[in-house]
Design a protein around this ligand. Structure first.
Ligand code: ADP
Length: 449
């Protein structure tokens, strides 16, 4: 399950906490206030009924209620015989006279017009006269009702507050965490652009984010140094190998000229071929070491594409390739591009070289260029072994080789396309690849006009 963002999680927890606090508060306030109001009414009711009990007298053999007040302390008071016939007193009009008596029970009734009463019944025995019901009915006063309404309103206000606090909390958390997002974007930029020279902006050294950025920058310093050492190492090694390899190739050429022994010539050819492979590998490595240097200046010049490709293909390497691959060029005369000549040659060499390496015997490589109003498109396609779909988005990564490269007799190193991509990026061009396994591959470079 995908985790939601920290902002959302903090806001949810915070809102839940507030909800619990507010619910407890509302519950507490309403229970306490209701208990207090009820208690007050109950006291009035009980003291009024006490008044009734104390003021019923017997005068010359008859019950005398003259001293009994029928309305006291906001309480309506009435006296009934044990069959429910009224003897004395009054009850409010809204009260149902059929209401059955229950001894010593306080009951609350709310009417549709929002009036609310409490009533209480008690059975007493008057010696010589039998049992009598006393009933006291008291109204919630408008003050007590408005207290209840205030509590309801207060609860509603608290709920609105909860919503506002949640929204405010979300906004504040988002604001507080925004620098982390900025940090993430900056880190992405460094990682995505593979530019280890960039550093995160440390605004305040003292706060948590400042310290985090500082630690991150320290880590980048160490990574950059490690990469620089590695680059320097491969650069130095490649450089050191250049001269001995050139000497080996020269010596092999001269030895070949001195012998007629076919076995010897075959061995010398093999040595030459391997030395040549090593030479191209060292020059790729040197170029790759250069590619890490972000301030490379392009030496742009006007290049006649068709002329350049014709010249390259007429060289021995392409004309006499071991798989007998034919080249078909479909480029109009005077097709001009603006590019760094050396890098452009390297780019074409790598793509043409791959079309031979991964081409089929007697296959064809097509080199085409066309343009529309927006861009010029140069494509190099072959009808070779193709690339499986799962490898396609990785082939421009350094040292990546798809499984079709294994059969290549040591000619594959996974550097060529990384260099092609670097050169394309340097020129602000674009490159795409379209390949079908077993059918062929097409690389297309887009040069915006
Ligand atoms: P290398 O060819 O030295 O392995 P590259 O960077 O030139 O390195 O190519 C990366 C991988 O892409 C190769 O290993 C190969 O599997 C695949 N590839 C490149 N070009 C082609 C092509 N024209 N046809 C088929 N596969 C290719």
């Amino acid at each position: 399950m995908r985790k939601s963002s920290i902002v959302k999680r903090i806001t949810t927890w915070y809102a839940l906490l507030m909800l619990v606090v507010i619910a407890v508060m509302i519950l507490f306030v309403s229970i306490v206030s209701q208990t207090l109001v009820k208690q007050e009414l109950r006291n009035d009711l009980m003291s009024s009924l006490q008044h009734v009990k104390e003021n019923i007298t017997v005068d010359r053999g008859y019950l005398d209620f003259d001293e009994v007040e029928t309305f006291r302390n906001q309480t309506y008071l009435s006296i009934y015989d044990e069959y429910g016939n009224i003897y004395h007193g009054q009850i409010p009009r809204i009260f149902d006279i059929e209401t059955p008596f229950i001894d010593k029970k306080m009951t609350e009734v709310t009417y549709s017009n929002e009036e609310k009463i409490l009533y209480y019944d008690e059975l007493i025995e008057i010696e010589g006269f039998g049992n009598f019901w006393l009933r006291g009915v008291i109204f919630y006063t408008s003050l007590q009702l408005s207290l209840q309404r205030t509590i309801n309103l207060f609860s509603f206000a608290l709920l609105i507050m909860l919503i506002l606090i949640t929204l405010g909390g979300y906004y504040l958390t988002k604001r507080a965490l925004k620098p982390i997002d900025t940090l993430r974007l900056a880190a992405n930029k460094i990682g995505g652009g593979k530019n280890l020279q960039l550093r995160l902006d440390v605004k305040n050294q003292q706060d948590e984010l400042g310290r985090l950025s500082g630690t991150f920058n320290m880590m980048l310093d160490r990574l950059e140094t490690a990469f620089q050492h590695e680059e320097q190492f491969s650069h130095d090694i490649s450089h050191e190998l250049k001269t001995p390899l050139a000497v080996i190739m020269l010596e092999v050429e001269s030895l070949k000229a001195q012998t007629k022994d076919q076995n010897m010539i075959d061995s010398l050819n093999l040595i030459y071929e391997k030395a040549h492979q090593m030479q191209s590998l060292t020059s790729q490595l040197l170029l790759l070491a250069r590619s890490n240097n972000s301030d490379i200046k392009l030496d742009l010049e006007v290049i006649d594409l068709k002329e350049l490709i014709d010249t390259m293909l007429s060289s021995f390497e392409y004309a006499e390739n071991s798989k007998n691959i034919k080249f078909e060029i479909n480029i109009e005369d005077n097709t001009i591009i603006k590019a760094d000549m050396n890098l452009c040659i390297r780019l074409l060499e790598n793509l043409l070289g791959n079309s031979i390496k991964y081409g089929k015997d007697n296959g064809t490589t097509f080199i085409e260029a066309h343009q529309d109003t927006e861009a010029m498109y140069i494509s190099i396609s072959d009808n070779g072994i193709g690339i499986k779909e799962k490898h396609i988005d990785k082939i421009f990564n350094r040292l990546y080789q798809a499984d079709n490269a294994k059969s290549n007799n040591g000619q594959s190193h996974g550097l060529g396309l990384a260099i092609v991509k670097w050169i394309v990026d340097l020129h602000d061009w674009e490159i795409t690849v379209d390949s079908k396994y077993g059918i062929g591959t097409k690389f297309e470079i887009t040069i915006p006009l």
